[in-house]
Design a protein. Structure first.
Length: 431
């Protein structure tokens, strides 16, 4: 038990994160002292509100980057300020200066962490449906959704802060979230390996190459989270362990569930009811507001939209059983197929982006009107677990907007492609 405890503490130690960062060329720089006039001349400090930028002249081969901390207090109500010490273990992780000595690793891991971002989901999922395989896409999205919900929920129940000193936080995007487990690590397992497992028997290709690709994808994302100082090694290990355990259960379960959701008459009602209930009864402990509940609402609603869009295709008689049973031979795309794929992607993403912007505005205004609230006043209010009006408005508009994004991905845009004569021939046979 003692040895296990030592391993546990070692994997959670921020010093281990700092060692990984140092190995890949991230060097800590002591913050300049304001009392020294000589240092202040070589390292001018510019202050703007709560943000502080430190700049220092470097040589051509070094990429100098400094963290620019913004006080999280400005986004919370005063009643939550007493719990702030539980959110971040050390302010030095935010405020420390650092130098990037190896640009290759910096850009590689920045790209790697982007594979678990909202922007990646918003482009990869539509691209997969429009250009690759809708049947695999539906299963992959459902596996991803369940992984994300469990991971985000555990985060807000465990409430472990992200690594503090001596780790250096190179990224601020998820600084308001807790760290355990790493949902990036869970996504790094759920997306590539679910795609691999659902395509192995569906298409004829080298499984070994698929395993290597999925492993490299997973490794890149996981290492990037430690490199950026956003997770301890224990966070990564926990995320991997949870996702692997879920994958063992979900792969066969989702494979059978997909056909039921596609063909059952009452699927939309069940999907919407379950999704809304999961948002309403989202697990939470403590008084600290985090964006995880809103992000999880978006994941749930996108998944519901994707499946209800596919269900609509089936109920209208547009989708039908394939005439040929798998496994299928992979056809390498011709120039014409590549051109049509690019055209579908560009038109589709532009339409979805425009629709999302309009729906975001309309749903926000509508929810505020139904609740008899002033939309401008709600937008200006602080985020807090006790600000129920703002939370209801935020969750509602995010759910509605993301649902329509998912629905348009599998129903509206494929219908547009069919009218334009650029649809993928097998899209409506992928059951």
């Amino acid at each position: 038990m003692g040895a296990f405890s030592e391993i546990f503490e070692h994997l959670r130690d921020p010093a281990l994160v700092a060692q990984v960062q140092s190995y890949f060329g991230v060097e800590r720089i002591s913050p300049p002292k304001s009392s020294s006039s000589t240092e202040s001349q070589s390292s001018p400090v510019k202050t703007n509100g709560n943000a502080t930028s430190v700049h220092r002249r470097k040589g051509k081969n070094d990429l100098q980057t400094f963290a620019e901390p913004q006080s999280p207090i400005s986004t919370f109500s005063e009643e939550d300020s007493d719990t702030e010490d539980t959110f971040s273990s050390d302010v030095d992780a935010e405020a420390a200066g650092f130098r990037i000595k190896n640009k290759f690793w910096f850009y590689l891991f920045t790209l790697g962490t982007a594979l678990g971002d909202e922007l990646f989901y918003a482009t990869f999922i539509p691209f997969w449906f429009w250009n690759v395989d809708g049947a695999v896409g539906r299963r992959m999205v459902l596996v991803w959704c369940i992984n994300m919900y469990i991971g985000q929920g555990v985060k807000d129940l465990v409430c472990w802060p992200r690594p503090g000193y001596p780790a250096i936080r190179l990224q601020k995007k998820w600084a308001l979230e807790y760290g355990m487990p790493s949902t990036h690590a869970m996504v790094a397992v759920s997306i590539p390996f679910s795609v691999l497992l659902y395509t192995m028997d569906r298409y004829q290709y080298s499984a070994s190459l698929g395993i290597i690709f999925a492993f490299l994808w997973c490794t890149l994302i996981c290492v990037s989270r430690v490199y950026l100082g956003m997770h301890s090694v224990l966070d990564i290990v926990a995320g991997l362990g949870i996702s692997i355990a879920l994958l063992i259960i979900l792969i066969p379960l989702v494979d059978h569930l997909d056909y039921t959701l596609l063909t059952w008459r009452w699927s939309p009602i069940i999907l919407l009811a379950v999704s809304i209930c999961l948002v309403v009864f989202y697990p939470r402990r403590g008084e600290r507001w985090t964006p995880t509940r809103g992000d999880t609402a978006m994941v749930l609603s996108v998944t519901a939209g994707v499946h209800i869009g596919s269900w609509t295709n089936f109920q209208l008689g547009i989708m039908r059983e394939p005439s040929i049973s798998p496994p299928y031979t992979i056809l390498w795309p011709s120039f014409e197929m590549i051109g049509l794929g690019v055209l579908r992607t560009v038109i589709g993403l532009c339409c979805i982006l425009a629709g999302r912007a309009w729906c975001k505005w309309a749903s926000y205004a509508t929810v505020c009107a139904l609740l008899r609230l002033n939309a401008n006043d709600i937008k200006k209010q602080c985020y807090s677990v006790h600000n129920h009006q703002k939370n209801i408005v935020e969750l509602s508009y995010k759910f509605i907007t993301s649902f329509l994004v998912g629905f348009n991905t599998t129903y509206l845009m494929p219908s547009v492609f069919r009218l334009l004569g650029i649809s993928r021939p097998t899209f409506y046979t992928e059951m």
